[in-house]
Design a protein around this ligand. Structure first.
Ligand code: TYM
Length: 330
């Protein structure tokens, strides 16, 4: 079976709709046909300041949401990054193969370091994409299902794999980003030209998987639209309405055109009310299941530990080949 690898940062109590649509819903479909590795990337999370207690909680909560949304720990290897030391070890090796200029061109670093200021932005934040390359390459992943914002990082991963292979001999599979057309970027409900993100200035446009129904309802009903009053998909002219239509379409599995038809001649309020229902239908069971999973920590930790064992085996094999190829004696 071909291999996929993907991950999310445990940097919030709850995943958001962008994570769910851009990544998680793809993962659950793909796990049937691939040898799938899904990681909670807590080493990535600490590239910006984290409260230790929150980080531990959020790591479990993220894993629980993967399972609640449909990742089956019996089919997929769902593990926590820090429980597999090879990630940090391979990242070091790849650091030595990455050009300073090359790393400097990563746009996500530029955005984030601007937010924190160059004195407080850590070196870890700078080398973040290199750790991500290590994640992917350790499992010899063929495909990396992610949202649009991760494309550049997967490109860097490909460059590093190719460079390593040509310098030290064939060692890594060169992975492809798998980015779903049309849903790879879900936009903020208050600012529908910016991507939905946990680091947005306000949470008013951020739909969280674990938020109570009334909170989500309020956010959707207040979503920014336009004053043209026709329900029609047009990304350039009608970004707000188009974003609502996209979300509606992905969560119901219906084409956008069928939703346009259903709401033809009706107001934005109706579309929003419809969407409130669709989102609630999708997230209510995920919330319930997440709570159940978090109520039995010991069991969740056991699941994660046993997945980490498998991950350690696969990753350890790749790391051995890397060390041998480079001449690092063990
Ligand atoms: P993270 O935690 O920021 O986001 C997790 C996943 O959600 C996707 N995503 C979105 N998709 C559509 N619309 C949005 N508004 C939106 N916001 C987020 C992201 O593209 C991502 O797929 N660097 C990664 C984590 C990572 C990783 C990896 C991913 C570390 N190692 C190896 C793949 C493979 C990140 O910060 O994702």
């Amino acid at each position: 079976k071909p291999v996929i690898f993907s991950g999310m940062q445990p940097s919030s109590d709850s995943l958001h709709l962008g994570n769910y649509i851009g990544a998680l819903s793809q993962w659950t479909r793909m796990q049937e046909d691939y040898d799938a590795f899904f990681c909670v990337v807590n080493l990535h999370a600490i590239t910006v300041p984290q409260d230790p207690k929150d980080l531990a909680e959020r790591t479990r909560a993220t894993a629980a949401q993967y399972i609640a949304a449909g990742i089956d720990p019996a089919k997929s290897t769902l593990f926590v990054q820090s429980q597999v030391p090879a990630h940090a070890e391979l990242a070091w090796v790849l650091n030595t193969l990455t050009g300073f200029g090359e790393a400097s061109r990563m746009t996500q670093f530029k955005d984030k370091s601007q937010r924190y200021g160059s004195d407080t932005a850590s070196v870890g934040l700078f080398t973040y994409p290199i750790l991500m390359a290590a994640d992917i390459l350790l499992y010899q992943a063929n495909a990396v299902p992610v949202g649009e914002d991760q494309r550049q990082h997967v490109e860097l991963t490909r460059d590093l794999a190719t460079r390593f292979n040509s310098r030290f001999g064939d060692t890594f599979v060169v992975p492809e980003a798998q980015i779903q057309q049309g849903t790879a970027k879900i936009y903020d409900l208050q600012d529908p030209t910016s991507k939905m993100s946990k680091s947005a200035e306000t949470e008013a446009g951020l739909i969280k998987v674990l938020d109570p129904a009334n909170v989500t309802k309020k956010k959707i009903m207040r979503a920014v639209t336009d004053d043209d009053a026709t329900i029609r998909f047009d990304r350039a002219e009608k970004p707000g309405v188009s974003n609502l239509l996209t979300i509606f379409s992905v969560l119901t599995g219906r084409p956008v055109a069928s939703i346009e038809d259903e709401f033809a001649g009706r107001g934005y309020g109706d579309l929003k009310k419809g969407l409130v229902e669709v989102v609630e239908e999708t997230f209510a069971p995920v919330r319930t299941r997440t709570e159940e999973l978090l109520a039995d920590r010991a069991e969740l930790d056991r699941l994660l530990a046993s997945a980490a064992e498998r991950a350690n085996e696969v990753a350890g094999r790749t790391l051995s080949r890397v060390y041998d190829a480079i001449g690092l004696i063990r």
